[in-house]
Design a protein around this ligand. Structure first.
Ligand code: SAM
Length: 282
């Protein structure tokens, strides 16, 4: 497969494993990502890790402006002069000042579209979800298939990440992409994860205090995956006893023997509201 792909594209650089470089070569898959992102000439698009530019070419063609950030200086320099309506930033997406970069490019509203290295999926999602200034209107990311399935709760089990994504947006598994579509071929299949972001007025909470209390409860509830909700809360709030939490769960209509992965966004919010009603939270 490796030899075949190298013949397929003679100018292919040697991929750097340390930067998660698995280039997407399948044209149908590239087209599908663009159509899932519904890119029009009105859209500003931000791409993380354009690499050899397979996806960037399409994004630049369809959008109003394409802003790219690439950590590999060699690849960034190779690509930057080839695309119209585009700006290349050389840097690490997790380290640069993204707020300034987006502002300098008039990206107050934009779509984030990227085939990202899998080992930074979680950090990228957190970064673009949790920051009110950075949050795009839409994210279309290529992620490991199992990660997308988990986020979209295909197995009926939630995680802190899936709760966080449900909080800020509406996730959808928009397509599966076989590992054979990449060079070099990775060990896992991929999926297109589409997240339509909620408007600020659609978020559950009006204040940052309410939001931070909500996520504190979620983190404590998930602290030990094998423990029940009740036991995690007993460890996380050592001053409150079992009866306190049994009463809270009763009022919130939640089975205290459940594990956190069985709770949905609305369940966590009912727990928070009971705690507010009882004066435990303000
Ligand atoms: N977009 C290309 C494609 O679809 O073929 C390349 C995708 S490859 C999976 C990931 C790309 O992200 C690589 O070009 C890699 O150099 C770049 N990259 C890795 N870590 C990065 C980081 N922290 N910040 C910016 N780019 C990064």
């Amino acid at each position: 497969m490796r030899e075949n792909n190298q013949q397929f594209n003679n100018s292919m650089p040697i991929p750097k494993k340390s930067l998660g470089q698995n280039f997407l070569l399948d044209q149908k898959a590239l087209d599908l990502i663009c159509s899932v992102a519904e890119i029009s000439a009105k859209d500003n698009v931000f791409e993380i890790g354009p690499g050899t530019g397979n996806l960037s070419v399409l994004l630049a063609l369809k959008s109003k402006k394409l802003l790219m950030i690439e950590k590999d200086e060699q690849l960034a320099n190779r690509l930057k002069s080839h695309l119209k309506n585009s700006v290349m930033v050389v840097g690490d997406v997790l380290e640069v000042n993204l707020v300034e970069i987006l502002k300098a490019n008039d990206f107050s509203k934009y779509k984030l579209v990227a085939n990202i290295p899998y080992y930074i999926t979680g950090r990228i999602l957190r970064l673009f979800l949790e920051n009110d200034v950075l949050r795009p209107e839409l994210m279309v990311l290529l992620v490991q298939k199992e990660v997308a399935e988990r986020i979209c709760k295909k197995d009926g089990r939630a995680s802190i990440m899936s709760i966080s994504i449900d909080y800020y947006g509406r996730p959808e598994l928009a397509g599966i992409i076989s590992r054979e579509s990449f060079f070099p071929v990775p060990a896992v299949d991929s999926a297109i994860l589409k997240i339509k972001m909620k408007k600020p007025t659609e978020l559950l909470h009006l204040t940052l205090k309410e939001r931070s209390d909500f996520f504190r409860l979620v983190r404590i509830g998930f602290a030990s995956r094998r423990k029940t909700l009740l036991n995690n809360f007993l460890s996380g709030f050592p001053k409150q006893d079992k009866n306190f939490w049994l009463e809270v769960f009763k009022q919130a209509e939640i089975d205290s023997s459940l594990r956190a992965e069985r709770l949905a966004l609305a369940d966590w919010e009912r727990i928070r509201l009971v705690l507010v009603k009882n004066g435990f939270l303000s």
